[in-house]
Design a protein. Structure first.
Length: 366
């Protein structure tokens, strides 16, 4: 059994569109009933479960007769989501009720989990629902989300929900049974059962395609989700849902092992998807950050973006993306301090400077 109740008290299960909806745009209700039976069995064993469910756009596109599965334009996707979400939530509620479980619907946008206060509100709601024995069914609110403020796939949403819910595991049920060292369409592709650390070699294995053409994710989004989850100390599994009762069996899968648990705040910082800018640093600054120090202006070589004080920014070193943190200066003042020693800051700014561009308490390594 994947991530059983004994080792995972709180679990997030994400189901892709290709599993929920057949090529004609109808719910695969018989298969879904077997999954719900698995969820009910786990629930009776004491495991708290939240579902991240795709499928609203695919269902709505069929009802509205929209081309390209409802993804021909943002307006089509929003209309399809508004129509399909009703059918999707009704299906989940009916099937869960048949197993004696109560469903709750939660629709979120990217901003709901990127803004710290709204994130904490969402976390409190999830915790209360799960504590009451309810099964939350979560989806991105595609009706109002735009290209600029959306997750774009439910893989990363599931990982962020795992952070908010303080879950002990994430399972991404998909139309593929895990990570391969190259596109699995190639006959010599090798399945990767365990990933202990996500590095450039692992990222290079990803394929951007969605095999069904129905969903918005691919292996790139799943590895991005794994990076968010494992960075928060949560293991993540990619497994095939192309069998009945996919959670009762132990199908072939890829397990991304959890890394050392970060504080809740630093895990939230590291998992952020909407950095307002970027700071590029030299090798010395990168080494200092990896040693647990704050980011000083002397080691910054270039800045990007129009950020304000308190915004989330990315930090890049010679080895690539290394950290995310909350900036102590706006972009204009940060540019004036670029490469300068701390004892020069007061004269450059005309006011008493802060101790660092990003303090170590507000910075999370990737």
């Amino acid at each position: 059994m994947l991530l059983p109740p004994a080792s995972c008290a709180r679990l997030i299960v994400k189901i892709g569109s290709a599993l929920l909806v057949d090529p004609d745009g109808a719910v695969r209700r018989d298969w879904l009933a077997t999954l719900v039976a698995d969820l009910a069995q786990r629930h009776r064993a004491g495991q708290q479960i939240a579902i991240v469910s795709s499928g609203a756009i695919a269902l709505g596109a069929r009802r509205l007769g929209l081309p390209k599965g409802g993804r021909a334009s943002l307006e089509d996707a929003q209309a399809a989501a508004a129509t399909g979400q009703i059918a999707l939530s009704q299906t989940w509620a009916e099937l869960l009720a048949a197993e004696g479980l109560t469903a709750a619907q939660i629709l979120v946008t990217l901003d709901d989990l990127e803004d710290r206060r709204r994130y904490l509100n969402a976390a409190a709601t999830l915790d209360r629902l799960l504590g009451l024995g309810v099964v939350p069914v979560i989806n991105e609110n595609d009706t109002v989300a735009t290209e600029e403020i959306r997750f774009g796939d439910n893989d990363r949403l599931a990982a962020r929900v795992a952070q908010a819910a303080v879950a002990q595991g994430v399972i991404l049920l998909s139309d593929i049974d895990g990570l391969y060292d190259r596109n699995p369409a190639y006959p010599d592709a090798r399945h990767v059962p365990l990933v202990e650390r996500i590095d450039l070699a692992i990222e290079a294995m990803a394929d951007t395609g969605s095999a069904s053409g129905m969903g918005s994710g691919g292996m790139v989004s799943k590895i991005a989700a794994a990076r968010i989850a494992t960075g928060a100390g949560v293991p993540l599994v990619i497994a095939s849902g192309r069998i009945d009762h996919p959670l009762a069996a132990t199908p072939r899968h890829t397990l991304f092992a959890a890394e050392k648990t970060a504080t809740a705040r630093k895990a939230w910082l590291a998992g952020g998807l909407t950095a307002k800018g970027a700071l590029h640093v030299d090798a010395g600054a990168e080494q200092a950050l990896r040693s647990g120090r704050s980011l000083l202006a002397a080691g910054v070589t270039r800045i990007e973006g129009g950020f304000s004080r308190g915004d989330l920014v990315a930090v890049h070193g010679p080895s690539g993306a290394i950290a995310r943190g909350l900036i102590e200066y706006d972009a204009a003042d940060a540019a004036r301090l670029l490469g300068r020693r701390s004892d020069e800051h007061a004269a450059l700014l005309g006011y008493a400077p802060r101790s660092a561009l990003i303090h170590r308490d507000h910075l999370a390594l990737l």
